[in-house]
Design a protein around this ligand. Sequence first.
Ligand SMILES: [Zn+2]
Length: 163
Amino acid sequence: MINEKVNNCCCCGETESPNKVENANTCPVCKTSGVKVKNITVRHLVIDTLTELVGDMDYYICVNEECDIVYYNPESGVKFDKQQVKVPIWFKKDANPKYACYCSKVTEEQVIDAVIKDGAKTVMDIIEITGAMKNSQCEKNNPLGKCCHKIIQEAIDKGLSMK
Ligand SMILES: [Zn+2]
């Protein structure tokens, strides 16, 4: 868990885990429980030709790395797969590039590099070195519609463990 405060974080105080699993909202393809994502996020990330299909509903995101489905709405049956979303979903298999921060387009690799080569240890260090989280609009840019703070922290941990 992350307790330190990051001032330019767009969602300080957020306590909900991005991996929180909700019941009864399983992916239509792989049957894994999904995580709720706001309409504004889905609308912004689905390819332009499909924006109309999005409607005004909220969606769930499939967190199964093996599954091609990204967003789905269990009531309407509308679903979007990896090819129908503009950005690679970092936790899905073969995501390339693997973004840690979608707003500033900083990859997991860049974060790990900053840890190994520049000695970064905290999210603040990463912000300084890579420019991550500089123009935070996670609600629109991050596929979960949530702050990338936790993803960056996970990448730092990964980098530290490789040292
Ligand atoms: Zn799935």
